[in-house]
Structure formats: structure tokens, C-alpha cells
Write a protein that binds this ligand. Sequence first.
Ligand code: ZN
Ligand code: ZN
Length: 689
Amino acid sequence: MSDQIKITFPDGNVREYPAGTSSLDIAKSISEGLARKVLAAKVNGEVRDAFRPINEDASLVLLTWDDKEGKAAFWHSSAHLMAEALEATYPGIKFGYGPPVDNGFYYDVDLGGRKLSDEELPKLEKKMSELASQNNPYTRKEISKKDALDYFAKKGDEYKVETITELNDGEITFYQQGNFVDLCRGPHIPNTGFIKAIKLTNIAGAYWKGDEKNKQLTRIYGVTFPKQKDLDDYLKMQEEAKKRDHRKIGKDLEIFAFDDDVGPGMPLWMPNGGAMIEQLEALAKKTEEDAGYERVKTPHIARESLYIKSGHLPYYADSMFPPMAMLTEAVKEEDRPINREEIKKELFAKELTPERADQLIDKMLKLRKELPQERYYLKAMNCPHHHKIYAAVPRSYKELPLRLAEYGTCYRYEQSGELFGLMRVRSLNMNDAHIYCTEEQFADEFKAVNDMYLRYFKIFGIDKYVMRFSTHDPKKLGQKYLDMPELWKKTEDMVRNVMTDAKIPFVEVPDEAAFYGPKIDVQIWSAIGREFTLATNQVDFGQPRRFGLTFKNKSNQDETPIIIHRAPLGTHERFIGFLIEHYAGNFPVWLAPKQVAILSIADRHIDYGKEVMNELKKQRIRVILDDTSEKIGKKIRDAEVKKIPYMLIVGDKEQQEKKVSVRKHSEGDKGQMAVDDFVLALSKEAAIP
Ligand SMILES: [Zn+2]
Ligand SMILES: [Zn+2]
């Protein structure tokens, strides 16, 4: 070990420090202000405690509240703090797992038969605040398996004992803050003083290790923040999110429905949802046509062999619907031999253990025995079908880039516990496309895809977004990543340049790329500040090789194209779920399921109302006529509740003058207008952007 180590910062700067310097010391050497914000650090790609010494040359990313991993360390440390408060309040209780989650943390606790009620949570919060303000450091200690077992056996915590039993000696660590010691891998924040605002949100039951044969523990959820204001904002947002819940608004506005006979996770789009889908597809088709895409259409099912070729089987088998056996079609097993070693190698690259890989392959072989007929699967992705369209005719460089687009319907077998409104479903319609291009064309194509994302963000008023750019680790080429070092470097550089030039906010996440290429996960924030993962934009060097896709280059030789998978509008399900929250159901005119409601004042105005309706329908305006004999005030309220952008009131005066009285949703009276003028103005507003 040399006395000095070289630390490389994300901007490429390199500085020297004495060996044994901690990330926190390094932060201090930059500024005290920065050091006060550092929660953890990524050292050579591994997230660690900021207080751990670094002993070798390393790349360093200091993690703060603004980083996902920083938040995770903060919330995980809060779980320890909650455990400390629980133990102080109810001595002798036992602890299961206490991980961070998307919005906070939880800890599973065995309260020894005691029931915890919501009323007790404020008392616990207070205890946590008191402990937090002691500024107790989190300390890390490596411990032998024997000593670790002794400690928790003496304490009488069989859950920790069971967990330790499954760990290897030499990789066990304890963390302590104040009087509380926990078995933990870390990482943790420097001290409890960072935790300034605490809210325990929920109590639920949870089986030990998620297995219903095991004992049920009490799961306590909480969320914490470095500032009181952050907590206040969070609670306000939660409140607003409840009001904007897409499941509630979707039902109230009759956008979609679920039905037990149809099956869980399979939304039925009602006419209002159908109208929105038509509009979104019209937008996508127009945008894609302008960008040189061509539309294709593919079946919803395919033979097993397609998915073995694509690698979705057996890797993805658990997420696909079980296969259908076609009794009339004979099987020719030699059509699709299974090369166990090859598949295993591939599954290993996807970070599955050899045991798990064997399990998946065995499952597939067992299925073949049980269903010796031809097996067809519902498609979980559109890509393999599109690759077959590429392969259907010989391709020349002159045809590239080839951009194949389809609003493809896919089916995924999500676990029933995972299903959630439109956000997690089993049937989905994807704004899919695959771009087949040469290496030289890649940068331009990638830039064009990016521009399309930005154009959509503008249309939908999405002001906050981040691209999470996952790159490879050169040390893992040939194992976790396809062994094509040049192509990795080239494409990653190009992607990085495109995003930097376009000033697109992005974070680079090393060592998280897919097996076959770098990828970008697009995260967007709704109007009330809630985060959604919209879509993935993926570079792929693997599939073209698996499918043997080629084109003749200028020197008439076979070359392999690069594929870009992209889906800027994600799926209809997730995107409309997002839009409902984003707009609180008050959709812009072009997207609104119903754009105009005509309200007749009395029965004698119904005929004129119909006349106006027909004028609007001629312009393809989505219009309804409320010709009930309700009072006009009631009709206006109804249309307001339905969030219809425009109301046209027709009475004696309007009828005589061929006019309408215009009201705008949530704004009120806009005065009288000639029917023609209104139609003209509205047609502009209703046009696909
Ligand atoms: Zn921990
Ligand atoms: Zn794809």
C-alpha cells in the first residue's frame, strides 16, 4: 500500500490524499459546506459509508440528499434510528429486516404479542427526534460469525441469528449508533444529527421473509428528511396526490375500469379512455412520421422458439403468461434445441447464480414434457417481432436507418400483489419503435430520439425530468457485459455528448447497463412533484447478433446494425395514469375525452342545441348535449364535475342570433360568440400539437 492515493472525481479531476483518508475528509478538503451535506460515497462504484477510510486509488462520487443512493443511506439509517427508539420504548422486542424503500423506510419487528396502534406513532417520532438530536455517530465494526451469533443469541433475537447463519464468515458487520447495535451491511450516514424531520406513516403486517408459513411481524413505515420544510412539502404533496389518485379520477371520469371476469391487471378502456388513446396515438403517429418512422403491425403471440432466440426465455419466463399448447401442430424438437451451457453462460451474465440458471432451464424443460405440443407465448415485448420484420428481406446500407414503429400490445405476468391501478398491469400498449442503424448513424439517431422526448415533455408541460444513464464497467466485459469494448466506449461517448450538448439533465450510473448495451431510464415529475419512471431508451448490440441481422455495406460486405429501443410515451397505461395525476383530470382540449358540453336552457332549445352539436361534430369535435330538463345551474355543475373544457349554453337569445354562450371549465363565463367563430377557435385548440 502506498502512502498516497489518487482520487478521481466525476469531472475527471484527480487529487492525491494520504491513504486511509475518508470520503468525508475529502469532502472537508473541498469545503465544510459540502461535508455537511455528504451522506455516503460511491467508491469505485460501490456505495459505502462516507466515514470509511479509502486505502487505494479510487473513483469517488460524494452522495448527498440529491442522489438516490444518498437518500437510501439516509432512510436506511432512519430505520436503525426507529429501531433504537422502539427498543428503548419496548425493551426485549426483536427485529427482522429494515430496508429503505422508494419513499422512506420500514422495519419489521416482533413486538412479542404487543399490538402497536397509530396513536403510539407520535410518541415514537418524538423519541426518534430526541435520539437524533444527540448527534450519535454510526460506527461500523467487522465481526466474526461466531461473535455475531453469540451477540444476538444472548440478546434472544432469533431473526438476526437466522440471518447471520446464512452469511459467510468474514463478510459480517455490525453498525452501532447510541446504544443500538444492528447486524447490517451498511452503508450509513455519518451521524443521527442529519435526521431533522420524522414522520411514521403506517403500520402493517408482514410475514418473516415474506413467507406466510412464517410468523407475522409488525411492519412500521416511516419517512424522514434533512429539513422540516422538506417534510412539510412531502406531506402536502401526499395530500394532493390522494386527491389526484388516477384510480379515483379514472373511475369518476369513466376513463377505464377493471372487471374480475376479465382478470386483474387488465384495464378495460371505456369510450373516454378510448378517445384519449386515439389522441395520444395520433400525436405519436404524426411525430414519428415526421421523424421518418414507418409503421408495422405484429401478432400478439409467437412460438417458443422466438423467445429462446431473443433470450427472453428462460430468463424472463416468470414474467410471461404460461404458454398455450397447440394440439394440432406437431413438434419438431430439433427445431429448437436447448444448449444448456450457452443459456447458462448468458444467465450468468445477467447475474443469476448457476443454481438459479439451472432452475429456470429445468422449469422450461419440464414444461416441454408436460406440453409436448407446439407452445405459443403471449408476447411480453415487441422487439423480437420487429427484428423478424428487419430480417424478412435482405437489407442494404441505403435503407438504413430503418425505424419500425408500432403501438404494440404486450402481456406481462406481474404478481397479483404488485398490480396497482394503471401503473402495474398485465396487458399494456407500448409506444414502441426500434431503430436499426449503422455505427456512423448512431449519434444522429440517438439525438433525434432525444429531441422527440423533449418535444413531448414540452407538449405535456413536463418541466422536471432526469435521464438516468446506465453505463458498463470495462472490468466486467465478457461476463456481465457483451464483450465489445470499442462499441461500448463509442456509443456511451456519443450518448453522453448528445445529452451534454442538449443540456439535458442526466446522472451517470456506472455498472448498471444492460447486458447488451447502455441504457437510459427516463424519470419525470408530475405537476405536484411526484416521480414516475416513464420509459427506457436502450442501445442494443446483442439482439442484432442473436437474430443474425445484417446489411450490405458500401463495399458490399455484411455488417451488423445497432438497434435503439425507444418508447418516449411509455405505455398508454402508465402514461395516462401519469397524465391523470399531472392534470388532475383537467386535460388540455386536444386530449380531453369530451371537449364540449352543450347545455340547453329549456326544452324548446334542444333542436338548436342539436344543430350546434352537428356543426361541431363535422369538425370532429368530441361533444355531448345535455338535453335533460334539469335547471341550467345543475347542468353547469355536472359539466364542471366531468371536467369538460368548454360549455356552450343555448337559450332564446343564442338561438335567435345563431350564437352560443361560452363557459370555460373552472374559469367561468367567456361571453357570447357566433357558432362559426367558436368552431374556428376551438378547432385550433383541439388540433394535435
Ligand atoms: Zn443498516
Ligand atoms: Zn425493444
